[in-house]
Design a protein around this ligand. Structure first.
Ligand code: PHE
Length: 362
């Protein structure tokens, strides 16, 4: 009898170990412990035994039953663990995808420089204004004290638009603005000073060489109030240039000049060195012209309905490409407009750069 039990235990143990999925294990359980299972069958034979035999045999079968149950539970736990591991590995999400390739675009040096200009003049309390690219003769010239037929008009190499000027007269003649001073006229017209504004945008002149392109960008500024003088002009522009070129000791000087819309007129130079043909800003004892400026001409104020005996002020203007070329060491103006991606890669700016925190191209 005992031998029978030992043998049965071996067989059942093997069958349980061989059950390699939950279904087979269940079959093995039924075959051992089910209603017609081998252990159950063995239990049924107990009734035929003599009482003293029955006690030992009963205890042995119960032990076997417990052992087999434990084995099944153990096997079941193992199989469940294995099934879960398989499921997890099958359903795994690969969250280690490679990051997207770095964004290709860069901020054009003109946009970057404009952002810097807004940031500096904005912090000085200037307001930004805009005006149309297509202008008329009055806003571009006459209001700015260019009398009809004045030679300064010729110097602007103006693009005129074919239109009905003959019928409406000279002042309505359409053109592409040759400077952004037009925006200052629009800003002043019909409003009461004080004014403290800048404007930026495209301007057009029929010219093309290493330092001239038919379209380029200007920034102009205007300050009008009751007691504005040349001292304010110089201080304001000096502060601006030192901030823009990130050099607190940058030398500046004013040189007399001529513009129809300012009196007196001046050009501002910044200190530089040209040793061995290499231009370095903020060093040495040489000078480089950087912008035009002056006290707004009384006629311009009058043309905009402002009394020059009550209000005065200054204006200034400069080429954005020019100051960008100087700050970022870009040698040829024409390259700004060629859309060459190699140039943009080299001179463009990271979109996440903060204006005027940048120290140059990438
Ligand atoms: N409008 C002038 C130009 O385009 C620049 C300028 C503006 C000069 C304001 C003086 C004062 O040449």
């Amino acid at each position: 009898m005992t031998q029978n039990i030992a043998q049965l235990k071996d067989e059942l143990t093997q069958a349980i170990a061989a059950a390699n999925d939950l279904q087979k294990l269940e079959e093995a359980r039924v075959a051992a412990l089910g209603k017609k299972g081998r252990i159950t069958d063995l239990m049924k034979t107990l009734g035929n035994l003599a009482p003293e035999e029955r006690k030992d045999f009963g205890a042995a079968i119960n032990l076997l039953k417990d052992e087999v149950t434990a084995l099944i539970e153990k096997q079941e736990a193992g199989l469940k663990k294995q099934a879960m591991a398989e499921k997890l590995s099958r359903e795994t999400l690969d969250i280690t995808l490679p990051i997207r390739p770095e964004a290709k675009g860069t901020i054009h040096p003109i946009s970057q420089t404009m952002d810097e200009l807004i940031s500096i003049f904005g912090s000085m309390g200037f307001q930004l204004d805009e005006g149309p690219d297509i202008e008329d003769d009055w806003h571009n010239f006459t209001a700015l004290n260019f009398p009809p037929g004045h030679p300064a008009r010729e110097m602007h190499d103006t693009f005129y638009l074919p239109d009905d000027a003959d019928e409406k007269g000279e002042a309505a003649k359409k053109l592409l603005r040759t400077h952004t001073s037009t925006v200052q006229i629009r800003h002043m017209m019909g409003k009461k000073p004080p004014f403290k504004m800048i404007c930026m945008g495209r301007v057009y002149r029929s010219d093309y060489d290493m330092t001239h392109t038919p379209v380029f960008h200007q920034i102009e500024g205007l300050v009008i109030d009751k007691n504005i003088n040349m001292g304010h002009l110089k201080g304001c522009l000096m502060d601006f240039l030192r901030a823009f070129f990130e050099n607190d000791k940058l030398g500046v000087r004013l040189r007399p000049s001529f513009f129809p819309f300012t009196e007196p007129s001046a050009e501002m130079d910044i200190g530089c060195s040209r040793k061995n043909g290499e231009l370095k800003i903020g060093e040495g004892d040489d000078w480089l012209e950087i912008l035009g400026c002056g006290m707004v001409h009384g006629n311009v104020l009058k043309n905009c309905g402002i009394d020059p005996d009550e209000y005065q002020g200054f204006a200034f203007g400069m080429g954005i490409e020019r100051i960008a070329m100087l700050k970022y060491g870009i040698p040829d103006l024409r390259t700004f407009f060629e859309s060459d991606t190699r140039w943009l890669d080299h001179y463009g700016f990271n979109p996440l750069d903060r204006p005027n925190r940048a120290t140059g191209g990438k």
